[in-house]
Design a protein around this ligand. Structure first.
Ligand SMILES: [Zn+2]
Length: 174
């Protein structure tokens, strides 16, 4: 499993671990422990309707901060073994706040911030144009002469961008 992160630096950060179970939650747990060295618990689930629409889906990621008490970690671990699948909890109407109570029980917790979750990407034609420019003059010239344009796909969201001959010329005369 490869996890690629765009941290806004010149190069993307890539972490790679072998698949340990094929269950995405377990594989992510292993990834965090192995590649990022953060003890974590990941739970994800989805319930699908007979017509293939999504009935309920969601997940949680719990990470242990430095200095966490062993007793508290054990308490959370024991609790995680007893809770129903996360998709069932969401189907039953549990909100993220309810899930915290389910996951942590009477352990003392404080909500610091709430953020909406959405699928989004920071890619743009401009960004991909810079990537194409990085291929070098000879490569770009070949795209112009042989293909009269180019298609580029964002590594993250898989969106396609089309570059005309004119766009490609701009890449390299900049
Ligand atoms: Zn994208």
């Amino acid at each position: 499993m490869s996890v690629v992160k765009d941290l806004g630096l010149k190069e993307n950060f890539t972490g790679r671990v072998p698949l340990v179970s094929g269950e995405i939650g377990d594989d992510f747990t292993y990834y965090f422990a192995r590649s990022e060295q953060v003890p974590s618990a990941v739970g994800v689930g989805v319930l699908v309707n007979p017509d293939n629409t999504i009935k309920a889906s969601g997940g949680f990621l719990i990470q242990v901060l430095p200095g966490a008490e062993d007793a508290l970690i054990r308490q959370v671990e024991e609790r995680l073994k007893t809770i129903p699948p996360i998709s069932r909890l969401i189907e039953s109407g549990q909100t993220p706040d309810d899930l915290l109570v389910t996951l942590f029980g009477d352990a003392d917790f404080k909500i610091l911030e709430k953020m909406p979750v959405r699928f989004s990407c920071t890619c743009s034609k401009e960004k991909l144009k810079r990537a194409i420019a990085g291929l070098g003059e000879a490569e770009i010239k070949a795209m112009i002469d042989e293909d009269h344009g180019a298609e580029a796909q964002c590594h993250f969201c898989r969106k396609y961008y089309h570059f005309s001959e004119e766009d490609l010329k701009n890449c390299f005369f900049q």
